[in-house]
Each structure stands twice: as C-alpha cells, then as structure tokens.
Design a protein around this ligand. Structure first.
Ligand code: TYD
Ligand code: MG
Length: 455
C-alpha cells in the first residue's frame, strides 16, 4: 500500500503511477519505478478557492527594448553551436558519456569567458575545488578569474547565486544536486526536475546564463531526467569515440539558433583545442585507398566535412551473418544492403558486413547512402574506387539516387582538398574543378565501380 502522497515515478521517462509495478506502462522500461513523495512544486497552482484571477495583459511582437547581447565565451566552436554566443538568462543542458570531456570543456568556456570580463561561476558537485584548480592549472587557465565552488545543496547554491551577480554559471552536474524540499535521493527524477526548475527560474529572473551538465545513460539518453530537456532552452551533446582525440559538440535543441551546427575539438594534454577547419580531419592520409573505401563529401551544419567510409564484406563462418557498423545508423545499413541485393543483384546473405566511418565521426545525413553503398559494393566486387573520387547522394528503396542539399559546396570543398571527381546524383553540376560522374540509379553506380568506368 502506498503511503499518503507517495507516487511511483519512472526514472527513465518521468511518468508517475499511483501503484508500483515492475514495468512502466508509459515507456515499457522494467524496474524503473521508484517511490517518491509527491510535493507540490513551488509556483504550481494552489487550490483555487477564494483566489482571484487577474487576467492576462497581452503584448505585441515589436518591442522597444533591444534584446540583450549574447555572451561571447571566447571558445568560438562552443559559441557557434549555441547560435553565436550564450544568451543571457538562458539555460543550456550539456549531455555526454562519462569521461568524454564535459567538465574540461565547460571549465575552458568559463575561463575564457571570465578572461573577457564576464562574471563566471563554476559549481561542481563531483570534484573538490582543489581538483578543479589543479586541472585548470594543467590546462593553463590558472589565471582566469573564475569563482569556484564545490556544493550539492540547491538551497546554498541558489542563495549564493542570488547574492553575487553572475553572467554565466556552470553546474556540474544536475544529477548531483539535491533540494531539501523533496525526499527523493539525488539523481532521481523528482530531484533533478525540481533542481533544474529552480535554477532555470533563477536564470530567467536574474538574466544569468546557466549551463547544466547531464549524465547520459548507456542507451544514449540524458539519464533519467528527459524532463529536463523540455525545460531548458538548448540541449547540446558532447560526443567522441574512445581511442580518438576528436570530440564533437552537437546541438540537439536550440531556441536561439540552428540545431545542425557542430563544433569540433581535439583533446590533448592541456585540454581541448578547437579545430577550425575540420574538412580534412577524418580522411586517412597517404597510402592507396583500398577496395571497400569511399570518401563521403558530407556537410556538418554549415561546414563541408570529408570522411572515409570503410567497408569489409567477407564470407561468413556462421549461419547468421554479422552486420557491424560504427559511426552510422545500423537501420540505414540494413536498408542499403537490401537495396543492393534487390535492385543491383549483389548478394550479402552469406557474408559478414562491417562498415566503419573513419576518425570517430558519427554521420546521420541521408546523403551518405551512396557513399556507404559504394564502399560496400567496392568491397563486395573487390575493385577500388579512384583515389581522387568523392561520393554523395541519397538512395531510395526503389534504387534511385536522389539529389541532396548543397551539392555545389560539397564539390568545391572536395576540389579544394585535391579530389577531381565525384560519384554523385546526375543533377549535380561540375563545381570548383571537381568533375561529376552523374548517376540516377544505384545500379549505374555499381556497374561503374565494377567496370572501372569513370569517363
Ligand atoms: P572530463 O572533462 O572529466 O569528462 P566528463 O566531465 O565528461 O566526465 O574529462 C576527462 C577525460 O579527459 C579524461 O579521460 C582525461 C581527459 N583529459 C585529457 O586528455 N587532457 C586534459 O587536459 C584533460 C583536462 C582531460
Ligand atoms: Mg565531469
């Protein structure tokens, strides 16, 4: 029997249930319901008896007051992903796997912004002040005038922020905070929601930009509090493959800018350094390109990025052949394989397929279909693509190759990096000196690869 006022809250999706059960009926996750004491969030509607409504006062879109100037943090890649600097009074959630470099990035952002005159606070619930200090020292940021604190009690943090005026506050991480107004433990949905809510309210009221760090679970969701994603103005994710130095900052939601921008960083001994021109970063340097490799002329946000797709198609030793993919969507791989089988007569039923995007980048553009198909076909027929060839185009289920966005910029960037030829949708026209071998059907592309016909 539930205690009075007790609720069972799913730690995965935040749905509330009156009774405990093994499975959440909202998101179907198992063993995620945890008892939490219901308490009315501050500011929620009080029982309306006797209270008098005041009506609304409407305002027009045009306004006399200029919008506040964005805070330029001095970390240009970070500013770009935020849409050109951090908006005062906004709340940003930064998610990422443990150890990817979230604390490092935000310490750097804080330090650079403080050096430019912004009043910055870095509040950590995970590290002691001495640890942060020694990290900053190692990163050459020891002279930056940041205000450090190690604190997890929400009440103290709010009080501190009310007393001192700040422009930018980093909370590392939202899961370590706890509010004494709630009984649930730190990291539970109730606590995370309450703490984020209070901090966001303070941010709006005082015009402080608040950046919250959120941990990410194994399956890639910002742990438990997906609710927080709805509350903040921007959700950024920091990604990187283990073993590669490159880290990518991606916007998943942004009320103040485009969401498809990325920022590229390289993790080194003294912190993160920005990569201003990442277009050639993910290409394998030197050497002959072997069968199974295709260079994809991609776009990440507003910037062209060239990246190598590597495929290996090998006889399978088991009844069920393996499909392994790194850096690309496995559903998309299954689709491209099915189209290659059904429309181009290439058989993969008894062969293992491995597909890898070089350099640790994750590609999500549909324009990569043709590059993946070319890499797979090249490995299957054991014929290498020309060294100076890039590939892009979307493949439909009918086996057609469809045009993609901004083909001219892709070709120009490829030409700049020494690629003279592109296997691309037939509507693409030569640009920047990169000649187009146009294909309208995937079958044509495969025939050209097999017969090495590139005129
Ligand atoms: P950190 O920012 O603590 O990760 P997060 O806050 O996302 O959990 O980064 C930790 C990793 O970064 C750790 O594996 C070491 C590496 N690192 C460097 O390689 N160089 C550096 O200068 C710093 C500060 C960290
Ligand atoms: Mg950290």
């Amino acid at each position: 029997m539930a205690r009075d006022g007790a609720l069972y809250v799913c730690q995965s999706c935040g749905a509330t249930h009156a009774k405990w059960s093994g499975q959440c009926s909202a998101c179907n996750a198992w063993n995620t319901l945890v008892e939490e004491i219901a308490s009315r969030p501050p500011g929620a509607l009080a029982p309306a008896r006797g209270a008098k409504a005041r009506g609304l006062s409407f305002e027009g879109l045009a306004s006399e007051t200029p919008s506040p100037q964005r805070i330029s943090t001095g970390v240009a890649e970070f500013d770009r992903v935020c849409g050109g600097g951090v908006v005062p009074g906004s709340a940003i959630l930064l998610g990422g796997d443990p150890g990817v470099g979230k604390s490092t990035l935000l310490l750097q952002v804080c330090a650079e912004a403080a050096r430019r005159g912004a009043r910055c606070a870095y509040i950590s619930g995970e590290e002691a002040v001495e640890q942060i200090r020694s990290r900053a020292h190692r990163m050459g940021l020891a002279d930056a005038p940041i205000n450090l604190a190690a604190e997890t009690a929400l009440r103290d943090i709010l009080d501190g922020l009310k007393r001192d005026p700040f422009d930018l506050v980093v909370i590392d991480s939202i899961q370590t905070l706890w509010s004494d107004a709630h009984e649930a433990g730190p990291g539970s949905v109730t606590q995370v929601r309450a703490c984020a809510g209070e901090l966001i309210r303070l941010a709006k009221k005082k015009g402080v930009a608040v950046i919250l760090v959120g941990h990410v679970t194994k399956d890639g969701q910002i742990a438990g509090p997906r609710v927080v994603e709805h509350m903040v103005d921007a959700v950024l994710s920091f990604e990187g493959e283990r073993g590669y130095p490159f880290r990518i900052l991606r916007g998943a939601k942004n009320r103040f800018g485009a969401t498809d921008e990325i920022g590229v960083f390289e993790m080194g001994d003294s912190g993160l350094s920005e990569v201003k021109n990442p277009s050639a970063l993910f290409l394998n340097e030197g050497g002959q390109r072997a069968a199974g490799a295709a260079v994809f002329a991609g776009l990440e946000g507003s910037r062209p990025v060239l990246v190598e797709f590597q495929a290996l198609v090998a006889p399978s030793a088991y009844g069920t052949p393996r499909r392994a993919v790194v850096g690309w969507d496995s559903g998309r791989l299954a689709m491209v394989l099915a189209v290659l089988e059904a429309r181009c007569g290439l058989g993969f039923g008894t062969r293992d397929v491995y597909l890898n995007v070089a350099g640790g980048l994750r590609i999500s553009e549909p324009a990569a279909d043709l590059a993946a198909a070319a890499a797979l076909a090249s490995s299957a027929v054991d014929v290498a693509l020309p060294q100076d060839c890039v590939v892009f185009g979307e493949v439909s289920l009918s086996g057609d190759v469809r045009p993609v966005s901004r083909m001219e910029s892709r070709l120009k960037e490829a030409a700049k990096l020494g690629f003279a030829r592109a296997l691309a949708p037939s509507s693409a026209a030569e640009a920047g000196g990169c000649v187009v071998t146009g294909v309208s059907r995937l079958m044509d592309a495969i025939d050209r690869i097999r017969e090495e016909r590139w005129d």
